[in-house]
Design a protein around this ligand. Structure first.
Ligand code: GLV
Length: 332
């Protein structure tokens, strides 16, 4: 029997997404979408969420006990992001609301994005482009825009999940780098081997020894300001720091001060505290490459992330299963 319009569960899509994914969702649900891509306030989002059974979120929409109390019909929130610091998972589980994220499909693309930032920062690519566009390139000079080597150096990775391991493989196999890592827990010997023979070290040792540090850690109470003034002071003056994890893992004001003082050579940032705002002191530093949270933004990967979020909504609301649940205890 074909479901009538009113039999369909109702969902909200918090941001504009690929039209073909909206169309796919409309086959199963009554859909309120935001194809105008308006920045809904928290209150506006809750107004739209009330009475809905599911939501496709992007990592910007906070789902906590207060939101859940206001939306008793809600059954699932599907993040179109691997990170999920916008979800209060214990509160969602207590309210019986399934949370899903979008892992795996973005791993290699995000690792490419991280490596691009590392290369751009170490080799001063953005600075060089600004210099050229400003008409300042008038003559050859032996010391024009000298950067640091990437090949054959030591790469330190903080947060050795799937994306961290993909960056390690690139560094070790493509650039002959020695790989150190720090993580909540040590990887198995097999995984360390696959990650280019990566060696587990303490954070302070990694910061002292690495020529290039890449942060891929999620934002949690334990990782907030994991890298602040004291940690930056341990790094080499020639070192680069890349953050593709989450804003807030780095103290952005302390980083800007370290960059201005030449305490480290350069940085590459794709995520920021309080984004889309960026600390004004970072905007004044020429030795930092800044990108607007686009490490996963290749066309095929963003489509795969949207499709995975949609499939989680469809699977859960039509047959009680999910592909990438964060609180799978609700599936039992
Ligand atoms: C992007 O930052 C994501 O978490 O997918």
């Amino acid at each position: 029997m074909t479901a009538t319009h009113t039999d369909k569960p109702a969902i909200v899509i918090a941001r504009a997404i690929f039209p073909e994914v909206v169309e796919q969702l409309q086959q199963y649900f009554v859909v309120e979408s935001n194809q105008a891509n308006e920045s809904w306030s928290g209150t506006e989002f809750v107004k739209r969420l009330r009475g809905k059974h599911g939501a496709l979120t992007t990592g910007e929409q906070r789902i906590d006990a207060e939101v859940l109390a206001a939306c008793p019909d809600l059954k699932i929130c599907a993040n179109m992001a691997v990170g999920h610091d916008n979800f209060d998972l214990p509160a969602m589980t207590a309210a019986g609301v399934l949370a899903t994220n979008a892992p795996d499909v973005l791993t290699e693309t995000t690792a490419d994005g991280g490596f691009a930032l590392l290369m751009a920062a170490a080799r001063r690519i953005s600075e060089g482009e600004h210099f050229l566009r400003a008409g300042k390139w008038r003559e050859w000079s032996y010391d024009m825009l000298l950067g640091q080597d990437v090949h054959g150096t030591t790469l330190g990775i903080v947060g050795m999940g799937r994306i961290g391991q993909a960056i390690a493989r690139r560094g070790a196999r493509g650039f002959g780098m020695t790989v150190l890592y720090h993580n909540r827990s040590r990887l198995s010997a097999g995984k360390e081997q696959d990650a280019g023979g990566a060696r587990y070290v303490r954070l302070d040792e990694l910061l002292r020894r690495a020529d290039h540090v890449v942060l891929v850690a999620p934002l949690t109470p334990q990782t907030r300001h994991l890298i602040g003034a004291a940690e930056l002071a341990l790094m080499k003056p020639t070192a680069t720091l890349v953050n593709i994890g989450r804003g807030g893992v780095v103290d952005d004001a302390a980083l800007a001060a370290a960059l201005q003082a030449g305490q480290i050579a350069a940085a590459g940032l794709d995520v920021f505290e309080g984004e889309p705002s960026v600390h004004p002191a970072l905007l004044r530093c020429s030795n930092v490459v800044l990108t607007p949270h686009i490490a996963s933004a290749s066309a095929p990967t963003r489509l795969a992330m949207a499709r995975l979020a949609a499939d989680n909504l469809i699977d859960y609301l039509t047959r009680g299963t999910a592909r990438t649940p964060l609180n799978p205890e609700l599936l039992a």
